[in-house]
Design a protein around this ligand. Structure first.
Ligand SMILES: Nc1nc2c(ncn2[C@@H]2O[C@H](COP(=O)(O)OP(=O)(O)OP(=O)(O)O)[C@@H](O)[C@H]2O)c(=O)[nH]1
Ligand SMILES: [Mg+2]
Ligand SMILES: [Zn+2]
Length: 307
């Protein structure tokens, strides 16, 4: 039999077959996927082949070729990767500029990873009902910055149900991964889009202004026959994967563009003479915050460390 992995809880995978039945599956024996050292060999969004035993449980014996996937490093020293999901049409990165605050470094690291894996990304700023006049002003600049680079930015309030129609349009006929820090309202947003799902949502710790990691595993939901959303557990840091120093700039579209005029073609845009990127940062054609995020990834390349 074959089907689509729609949920992953530890070693169990829930697989939906073409006729709509749900089968709980485990992975057969020492099944490993070549080339990827990951903590989870199979992820939500994978297409798999399996046999069903007498107890009605499936044993996965093969996995379909992946169109793409998004990975992150689960922890500081980890050599292993965690595949967040596979076979995506797009990533919707849900962010909040307060309650909790998503850092621009986190946003840019995530976007760079999407570029590296060639998955289109959009930003969704949630909790628009909560922000001060100052924060709203900052958000206009924020939207302008990311739009110029090529990332559409939607403003919503999942709680008030505002701005939901454009999100539905963006989701339509696609498989979308919703990701972001804990507490930004990923599950709330899915509830606002599809109230019937009634996903569990959590409070924000008033002491730490952080989410409580309410969603604990990834799950794919069907909106209609061609439209799927994947809810994911909130993530803290975003360890980038092993980029080569010279290629990091490729994953920041505006830096990549400017770098075409650098004097040296292996320029890392830190101190080299004739660097067109540094000039653009100086002249504010490239934003300081984006450049800092770029440097933070280069730092990782040096130290193999994670933030
Ligand atoms: N004021 C306000 N609160 C919101 C909004 N969206 C979500 N919240 C609240 O934020 C808290 C966290 O929401 P969740 O949907 O659980 O967040 P999440 O991103 O799924 O969090 P994890 O599952 O931990 O990753 C809940 O108390 C929600 O009620 C919003 O638009 N406005
Ligand atoms: Mg959640
Ligand atoms: Zn340069």
């Amino acid at each position: 039999m074959h089907g689509l992995v729609i949920r992953n809880t530890g070693s169990w995978y829930q697989v939906r077959t073409p006729d709509g039945s749900l089968i709980n599956c485990k992975i057969k024996g020492s099944f490993r996927i070549r080339d990827i050292k990951s903590t989870n060999p199979i992820a939500v969004g994978d297409r798999v082949v399996f046999d069903v035993n007498k107890e009605g449980e499936g044993l996965i014996s093969a996995i379909g070729e992946r169109k793409n996937y998004i990975v992150r490093k689960p922890s500081n020293l980890s050599k292993q990767l965690h595949i967040i999901a596979a076979n995506l049409d797009q990533v919707l990165l849900v962010v909040t500029i307060n309650y909790p605050k998503t850092s621009t470094v986190f946003i840019d690291r995530f976007l760079a990873t999407c570029e590296a894996y060639r998955v289109p990304a959009k930003l969704i700023v949630n909790k628009m009902d909560c922000y001060s006049a100052e924060e709203l002003e900052y958000l206009e600049a924020f939207r302008h910055l990311y739009k110029q680079i090529g990332y559409e930015c939607l403003f919503v309030s999942a709680a008030k149900g505002e701005g939901i129609e454009p999100v539905k349009e963006a989701l339509s006929e696609k498989i979308s991964l919703l990701s972001g820090n804990s507490g930004v309202g990923k599950s709330s947003l899915i509830n606002a889009i599809a109230p019937g799902l009634s996903l569990r949502t959590g409070e924000i710790s008033t002491i730490h202004n952080k989410g409580m990691h309410t969603t604990t595993f990834s799950e794919m939901f069907e909106l209609d026959e061609d439209t799927y959303m994947i809810d994911t557990p909130g993530i803290k840091g975003f360890g980038t994967i092993d980029f080569q120093k010279e290629e990091v700039g490729h994953f920041f579209p505006e830096i990549f563009n400017a770098s075409k005029s650098c004097k040296f073609n292996n320029c890392t845009h830190i101190h080299e003479p004739g660097c067109a990127v540094l000039k653009a940062v100086e002249e504010q054609r490239i934003s300081q915050s984006r450049y800092q995020s770029y440097l933070s990834i280069l730092d990782d390349c040096d130290a193999g460390k994670y933030r």
